[in-house]
Design a binder for this molecule. Sequence first.
Ligand code: TAP
Length: 496
Amino acid sequence: MVDQVVDASQVWDYAPAPEATDIVSIAPSYDLFIGGEFTGPAGGGHFATLNPATEQPLAEVAQATGPDVDRAVAAARDAYQGAWGRLPGRERAKYLYRIARVIQERSREFAVLESLDNGKPIKESRDVDIPLAAAHFFYYAGWADKLEHAGFGPAPRPLGVAGQVIPWNFPLLMAAWKLAPALAGGNTCVLKPAETTPLTALLLAEVIQEAGLPPGTVNILTGDGATGQALVGHPGVDKIAFTGSTEVGKEIQRAIAGTGKKLTLELGGKAANVVFDDAPLDQAVEGIVNGIFFNQGHVCCAGSRLLVQESVADTVLDRLKRRLGTLRLGDPLDKNTDIGAINSRQQLDKITELSAAGEQEGAERWSLACPIPDRGYWFPPTVFSGVSQAHRIAQEEIFGPVLSVLTFRTPEEAVAKANNTPYGLSAGIWTEKGSRIFWMAQRLRAGVVWANTYNRFDPASPFGGYRESGFGREGGRHGLAPYLNAPNLKAGHAGA
Ligand code: TAP
């Protein structure tokens, strides 16, 4: 059912406030970043990266194949055994600080480019993605000369060459999550950004040149899943760090079994955001909106299942729909935009298919009646109520602006329903009772639990899941561990 919740005559009309794009100069074509230089792909192939809000191509980007992976891994090995590997931690820290500062200096450029390539609202790339990416480099710069004080035992050693594969939902931020701890620990890196969002990783390559890192310390290979597969399978890589879908994560785990390569997996999620009847409901509604509609719901830890106590379910749903009526969907570069474009046709098809399944299975659909641009990939904020635990929309990760609402009567029932998922990445609790927060947090099987807030990130705080959400942590002191060999660290998640 599509429902108009806000009387159109009462809507305050915003004047457009588009961010200027002339700060970014996008080249017609990009090469690979190997050994400190941009270099053409061995196979000569390129593919287009699109603006998902217009479906217009932004640039051609090189398709890396096996020989390029060989070159990048060799360059990373040389840097590891050479200039980068010889640097003491206090010198590595200076490079990381430099990268962080240049990202800050060029933050508008990064934000505009991220919104163009990804489709996310400029206010999110400007206020969240880019500042957090810089903060990660600053944070890990601080650790580079203090590794022996990180609690892993004396003289922790780097692992060597890290192969890092990232998704499209937070392109620069995921690159920062991968590169910063690896470099702080003294490793060298080969990074593969997602096929649909390579441009900020390529701008980061320019920053890395500008910061003067020894050639080969960071290499960036654009390409598709086959490029990622070649990197993961390369015998010259010592450690694999992957963020992406659970399906591909399992494939990677199988592929490297028995090789002795270390592995961290940051995979999908289906988080429960649990609202009790004593919660400050207006605040909870803001948390629900942030939990599932931030970044069009393309968030691994999105609060995609709302569990609301039965006694307040109608009130919460009414207030939620009223609040959603104020969201503005449209041009990602407009500073007033709350909901940007879906990143790709493929992702839009997946969201559309799962939403249709929700209706077929009997859940009640409500979608915001808002103007949808003629071109580009868009999906209006959507809420399903009357969802049962067996519904696909309660079990599968939709990775879009779609909320499934379930109800509960007792805290025990809330825990049982929240944990009824193969994932274990994140959860939210809304209640005014501190004791209930602790009671719930002890029972929710999730790597991160937020209380009376949602989607809070800080470089000092470890993030990661368990079960089908993966293993290993990124962020904080814990985020260093997957990149180090040290007496107090377990053998790590080897493929063996
Ligand atoms: P995937 O399809 O898994 O892709 C992730 C990355 O892996 C992309 O760079 C992809 O390349 C590459 N890839 C694809 N097949 C591969 C293979 N066989 N071997 C090696 N690499 C391969 O995920 P996605 O659709 O981009 O991202 C969405 C998923 O990521 C969601 O499930 C989300 O929950 C998860 N995610 C998790 C987290 C954390 S921290 N847990 C954070 C963000 C996202 P292409 O781009 O060319 O396909």
